[in-house]
Design a protein around this ligand. Structure first.
Ligand SMILES: NC(=O)CC[C@H](N)C(=O)O
Length: 366
């Protein structure tokens, strides 16, 4: 391993050892507090363009296996850990993180104080950072960081380019892919849905022509206001087809209904974020990964009802349309990785579809 460093835009420097690719790269530095599930985190497309720090102190000890990917190719720009394990031990293990990252040309950094890094981000907010060899001058890196623009339009890279079908015998779902975690697809196919996956900019007309029973809006990277095509599409399909949105999909549903979104100071990323359902009063633990949120006060001027809130900071975690059959959550009910407490939401979605079909039928025969 060679000596490498992470330089933050505020000038803080962390020196450690490199693993994975040896390339130099910049990215938005974020932290995830999950204790397990690093393979799912590394392969979650919502981290596109980010350098991900894992706060759990030992990473890599169960290796990388063929089953736990959330997408085929990872989109993270870099990985930062406290202690990287070069000798994984697990019956499912196929390779080390280092060989996996090297194959995808993604650099890793180990041996730094990830607690200090996390505290810095919590205090100052999410920052840009740069991973480089130890001998690259700090001044050169800081100049490069200053010239690096804020991340935008990542959905264009993470969405599918062409539509495709994952057949099933149950409800017909159009899944709008903004950078989908495969866990969402798994939850739908597990429930026998027939899924047509379409790109982020698929038109409302194209979607309605597929005659779906329901529309699922997936997670995805970046600022939801970067995807105006999808906001327009949602406005048009909202009165006709039941919608379920997750994470970026939730933010887009909110924007389509007239609410606003904002960038958070350092976001929510981890596997133990408590959320309360304000209708039932029930609290549960959720898996989260987001840097933007729906502005709570902006819901007042819309037809959206607040259904769930984050117990750590009271931010918006769930909404429901007061007139049309549409709801969404900011967190990940598909977990992967994380608790499965909110998995029932996929069943709720299918129930909403069922009720909508019954309603439509009764209107036809009325
Ligand atoms: N996981 C997601 O879909 C993230 C949504 C959005 N990109 C955010 O950071 O808030």
């Amino acid at each position: 391993m060679s000596k490498r460093k992470l330089v933050l835009e505020d000038g803080t420097i962390f020196i450690g050892e490199g693993f994975g690719s040896k390339r130099e790269i910049s990215g938005e530095v974020v932290f995830n507090t999950s204790m397990t599930g690093y393979q799912e985190i590394i392969s979650d497309p919502s981290y596109c363009g980010q350098i991900v720090t894992l706060t759990y102190p030992l990473i890599g000890n169960y290796g990388i296996n063929r089953d736990d990917f959330e997408t085929v190719a990872p989109f993270i720009n870099g990985l930062v850990v406290k202690e990287y394990s070069e000798f994984p031990s697990n019956f499912r293990c196929d390779e080390t993180i280092s060989s996996y990252l090297e194959a995808h040309d993604i650099p890793g950094l180990t041996g730094i104080d990830t607690r200090k890094l996390t505290k810095r981000i919590r205090e100052a907010g999410t920052m840009k950072g740069y991973l480089a060899n130890i001998d690259v001058e700090d001044k050169v890196i800081l100049d490069k960081l200053q010239a690096t623009p804020e991340l935008h339009n990542q959905v264009r890279h993470t969405s599918t380019i062409k539509p495709y079908i994952v057949p099933g015998r149950g409800y017909r779902i159009v899944l709008v892919d903004f950078g989908m975690k495969h866990g969402i697809l798994r939850e739908l196919t597990k429930r026998n849905c027939h899924v047509t996956v379409v790109p982020y900019n698929y038109s409302a007309e194209g979607i309605l022509r597929l005659k779906p029973d329901g529309i699922m809006l997936t997670n995805g990277p970046g600022d939801p206001t970067d995807v105006p095509e999808a906001i327009d599409m949602i406005k048009q399909v909202l009165p006709y087809i039941p919608i379920f949105g997750i994470c970026l999909g939730h933010q887009l549903l909110a924007l389509a209904c007239g609410a606003k979104t904002e960038k958070m100071k350092f976001g929510h990323r981890g596997g133990n974020h408590p959320v309360q359902d304000i209708v039932t009063g029930k609290a549960f633990l959720t898996s989260q990964n987001h840097g933007y949120a729906v502005t709570r006060s902006s819901l007042d001027e819309t037809n959206l009802a607040l259904t769930q809130v984050a117990l750590n900071d009271q931010s918006v975690e769930g909404i429901r349309h007061k007139i049309y059959p549409a709801f969404s959550v900011q967190y990940h009910p598909e977990s992967s990785p994380g608790p499965e407490d909110s998995n029932y939401l996929f069943d709720d979605f299918l129930e909403l579809i069922k009720q909508n079909l019954v309603k439509q039928e009764s209107e036809v025969y009325a």
